[in-house]
Write a protein that binds this ligand. Structure first.
Ligand SMILES: Nc1ncnc2c1ncn2[C@@H]1O[C@H](COP(=O)(O)OP(=O)(O)O)[C@@H](O)[C@H]1O
Ligand SMILES: Nc1ccn([C@@H]2O[C@H](COP(=O)(O)OP(=O)(O)O)[C@@H](O)[C@H]2O)c(=O)n1
Ligand SMILES: [Mg+2]
Length: 222
């Protein structure tokens, strides 16, 4: 059914397709919300190994958000044996960024399934395309952007010691990911900074100290 819609959408003008997708995404998200509350989103950004996943677990535990990691959703998609799996796997091993429509569809489905009104979205948007397509399809502005600022040496050291069996935690891919972060992800953070939406945290400190700073931000928000 959805495949048929996508096929016929190719014949329509792009702005019309965008408008249609946006309306459907919003309807889907709103219809699945408990109590009809407006969905709040916080983007959690930072280089690979800066501690996004670690701090998101703390935020879930203390502040009742649902944590969506774009990278984890993509890895689950590979493991589900989906038709895009091989392509996603290759891109991740190269440290590159997966086309936005794939990642955004996974995020949209997870938001709908989550049925909550508060989400922390970790590792997204990772480039301008991610940001622009999310804005146009999902059309929810983040409350703010949490940015974990960490030195490259420290990120590299942490990733080499992560030991989660990830295909991209090897020195060759790590170097590529760090380069992609500087070239493609930092400009997104700068964009949000220019709008006064970034809350920057010194992420080189030990994890409990980083969480103290995170806590201060979320406590003020509540
Ligand atoms: N503040 C910290 N100091 C030292 N090690 C950390 C810190 N935060 C996370 N780690 C460790 O570094 C690795 C990467 O952390 P993770 O949360 O997965 O980062 P990211 O999601 O940003 O890649 C993990 O092994 C984690 O246990
Ligand atoms: N928005 C995103 C997020 C992740 N990814 C891919 O998934 C990989 C792992 O992302 P991740 O967020 O789990 O990695 P960490 O920063 O947590 O180490 C990235 O290097 C990209 O290849 C993507 O393509 N687009
Ligand atoms: Mg992570």
């Amino acid at each position: 059914m959805r495949g048929g819609l996508v096929a016929s959408a190719r014949l329509l003008p792009r702005p019309l397709v965008r408008w249609f997708l946006q309306r459907r995404a919003q309807q889907d998200i709103n219809e699945n919300m408990s109590g009809g509350k407006k969905v709040k989103i916080i983007f959690v950004l930072g280089g690979p190994g800066s501690g996004k996943g670690t701090q998101c677990s703390n935020i879930v535990e203390h502040f009742g958000f649902i944590h969506l990691s774009a990278g984890e959703l993509l890895r689950a998609e590979i493991n589900s044996g989906s038709e895009n799996g091989t392509m996603i796997d290759t891109i991740i091993k190269e440290g590159k960024i997966v086309p936005s429509e794939i990642t955004i569809k996974l995020l949209q489905e997870a938001i709908i399934k989550g049925g909550n009104d508060k989400y922390i979205i970790d590792g997204f948007p990772r480039n301008e395309e991610n940001r622009v397509v999310f804005e146009s399809v999902i059309n929810i502005s983040p409350e703010f952007v949490l940015f974990f600022d960490c030195s490259e040496e420290e990120m590299e050291r942490r990733l080499l010691g992560r030991n989660q069996g990830r295909s991209d935690d090897n020195i060759e891919t790590i170097r590529k990911r760090l380069k992609v972060f500087v070239e493609s992800s930092l400009p997104v953070i700068e964009y949000y900074e220019s709008k006064g939406m970034v809350k920057k945290i010194d992420a080189t400190k030990p994890a409990p100290e980083v969480f103290e700073d995170v806590k201060a931000i979320f406590t003020h928000m509540a």
